[in-house]
Each structure stands twice: as structure tokens, then as C-alpha cells.
Design a protein around this ligand. Structure first.
Ligand code: ZN
Length: 251
């Protein structure tokens, strides 16, 4: 377990991280003029304050520095959404911030808090909300899911920057149309909601990647009608064996 950090250490880190993040965000915003520079500086600064006070950044690693710089610049759109999530959860006493899942791990994890759907975690920028995914509490056994699925979304935002939000939203809109269209032409009607959810959410490349990484693509709740599958011509061939070829299986 981590030692309890002193309030002085936390305050110092908060001041330094706020100043550093605000400077980075402000410098980026200057490309668009002073009003934008003030907005980006303030948003990056808020993240710096949260991150410094809670000591989330791993300053001893290059990864931690990359996370801080990207959160303050390239990934700032997601960071700004994460700020909103942080502030909303701060106002909810039941959101339960989890330092053991966050401190020096380049992220803010809330056991409960704001979410889109009860059984799903909700991640924006470097903030993971409702990490217990509807369960009573966030247990250590769920760390793999937090690391591999939700944690990946945090890094997708840091690496792809604003493209992450743009692709996510565009995919959602196209998925809505694709899901509804499939439902309309299917003779035996599968459930509309699930088809739309599959096309708009599960099939999103960022989600596909995260479910695959967490080894939960095959068993997730996506509708098989629209769920990504390995194309037939790419199907894994059975391992060669010495037995003579048998008749092809029935289709
Ligand atoms: Zn996801």
C-alpha cells in the first residue's frame, strides 16, 4: 500500500502541476488567439490541480510525463470532458474516488458516479467513472478490466487526441443508421435497441480494440448479426494433421 502523503507534499505537487499544465495548455491555445489560450490554459490547469493534488501522474516514468503533456495539449478535448466528469463526481458524495486505482497510475478512478448505462464504466479523458460497473464495489479482481479496457480508452485519447472524440461520435451516428437499417430489412426482427447498440457502440474500432485487449470481445453482448467477425476467407485453418482429409463439414 502507498504511504499517506502529507498535505504539504500534495499541495506543492498541485501548485506545480497546475502551473505546468496551464502553461502547456495556454501555449497550445495561443495558436488560436488569446481567448482560446485562456480557455485551454484554464482547462489544462484544472486537470493539473486534480492530478497534482491526487498525485495521479507517475513522474518517475516517461509514460507519466507523456500522459501529463498529452492531457494538457493534444488530448485536451478529452481532458476537458474528464474535468466535467471529475467536477460532477466531486458533487456526488456517493461517487467514491479510489486512490488505490489512481495514485501514480495516470488516471482518476471513481468506483461509482456518473455513467451512461448502469452496468458500464464511463471514461472521458483520464477519468473513469462508475468503474464498479453496477457492482457493489470495485474489487481488486476488476483491475485487469480497468487497466486493459478503460485504461486503453485513456491512452486512445492521449494518442489520437481530438480524432478520438470525432471518430467516436461519427461512428455512433453512422452506427445508429446502420443498426436501424439492418433492423428494417431483417425478416425475423432482432431487437432494434441491441442492433443499434452493436453497430454504434460495440463495433466502434476503439471499443472493438478495448474489448479484444480485455479478452471480452467474443462474450460481450453485441448482436451476432452485426458484430465484427473474422471473414470466412480468413477463418483459422485447422492445424495440419497426419490423418487423411475428411469430408467437409455441413454448412
Ligand atoms: Zn469501452
Amino acid at each position: 500500500m502507498t504511504a499517506n502523503p502529507s498535505p504539504v507534499a500534495r499541495s506543492t505537487e498541485a501548485v506545480l502541476a497546475t502551473a505546468g499544465a496551464a502553461a502547456l495548455g495556454g501555449a497550445l491555445g495561443l495558436l488560436g488567439g488569446w481567448p482560446l489560450a485562456i480557455a485551454t490554459g484554464v482547462s489544462a490547469g484544472i486537470n493539473g490541480a486534480f492530478g497534482g493534488w491526487r498525485q495521479v501522474y507517475g513522474w518517475r516514468t516517461a509514460k507519466g510525463w507523456f500522459a501529463f503533456v498529452s492531457d494538457s495539449t493534444w488530448g485536451l478535448l478529452g481532458t476537458t470532458l474528464g474535468n466535467v466528469l471529475n467536477l460532477v463526481n466531486l458533487a456526488r458524495p456517493d461517487s467514491s474516488y479510489r486512490a488505490d486505482f489512481s495514485r501514480r497510475q495516470n488516471r482518476h478512478v471513481f468506483e461509482k458516479g456518473a455513467c451512461m448505462k448502469r452496468g458500464f464504466a464511463f471514461t472521458h479523458g483520464n477519468v473513469i467513472s462508475n468503474a464498479s460497473t453496477g457492482r457493489e464495489s470495485l474489487v481488486e479482481e476488476r483491475r485487469r478490466f480497468i487497466d486493459r479496457h478503460e485504461g486503453l480508452h485513456i491512452w486512445q485519447n492521449r494518442i489520437f487526441g481530438p480524432f478520438y472524440q470525432v471518430v467516436y461520435l461519427a461512428w455512433f451516428a453512422i452506427g445508429l443508421v446502420a443498426g436501424t437499417g439492418t433492423w428494417a430489412v431483417k425478416r425475423e426482427k432482432p431487437k432494434l435497441k441491441r442492433l443499434v447498440e452493436t453497430a454504434a457502440y460495440y463495433d466502434n474500432p476503439f471499443e472493438f480494440w478495448a474489448y479484444k485487449r480485455d479478452d471480452h470481445w467474443e462474450d460481450n453482448r453485441a448482436d451476432p448479426v452485426l458484430k465484427w467477425r473474422r471473414p470466412r476467407w480468413l477463418k483459422r485453418k485447422p492445424a495440419p494433421s497426419s490423418s487423411p482429409p475428411t469430408a467437409p463439414p455441413a454448412a
